[in-house]
Design a protein around this ligand. Structure first.
Ligand code: ZN
Length: 202
């Protein structure tokens, strides 16, 4: 499966001059919502990811996603795995489990995101599950930004990866591209202004 082509065809791999949520700048941005707006494509990706997870042999009861970005990816993955689908969400900045969702003691939970960059939100969701007595058995995402090491990839995790090293991380592909601090951004040096993805129609 050529996931890069799927992202390109869905106009989900944006090229420009972007200001990321971390404050850093990048020439590229992945807009996974654009890939998932087509339910058939979403199913195709989830089936492929589910195949990889099943073949690893890990036992899962539930898929949990951090809202908002991970919710659709988590739901389609849970559908493909035939497991329960829940999500955590931020309340005044703090990740929580709401809406009547419950975790049983020892329930085996896979945390699913659309994209893992450093894995910060995924780790917060995992901490919520574990604080409620669940067991986080692994992490999954459609795409990996190349800071964390996914199963089957020979690239190494970078120091800013927040995912625990002792748990598997499944993703369909690595999308590694440079990020720059504003001071060293070559596009800023050329005089262009970074835009926040999601603004100006992207
Ligand atoms: Zn810049």
């Amino acid at each position: 499966m050529d996931i890069k082509k799927i992202y390109e065809d869905a106009n989900a791999l944006l090229e420009g001059h972007f200001k990321l949520s971390s404050g850093n700048h990048s020439q590229f941005y992945l807009q996974s919502a654009k890939v998932l707006e087509n339910p058939k494509t979403a199913k195709l990706l989830a089936d492929e990811l589910a195949k990889e997870i099943k073949s690893s042999g890990i036992d899962i009861d539930t898929v949990c996603s951090p809202a908002l970005g991970g919710v659709i990816a988590g739901f389609v993955l849970a559908t493909a795995l035939d497991k329960r689908s829940i999500f955590t969400e931020r309340v005044q900045g703090e990740m929580t489990l709401r809406r009547g969702f419950e975790i049983k003691k020892g329930e085996r939970v896979l945390i699913c995101e659309d994209i893992i960059t450093t894995g910060g939100s995924a780790l917060e969701a995992a901490n919520v599950i574990e604080s409620l007595g669940g067991e986080v058995v692994g992490f999954a995402a459609l795409a990996n930004r190349g800071f964390c090491k996914r199963e089957g990839s020979d690239t190494k995790a970078k120091p800013n990866c927040k995912l625990p090293k002792n748990k598997p991380f499944f993703a369909l592909a690595d999308f590694s591209f440079e990020i720059y601090t504003p001071d060293e951004c070559p596009m800023c040096k050329e005089g262009s202004e970074a835009v926040k993805p999601g603004s100006r129609g992207n």
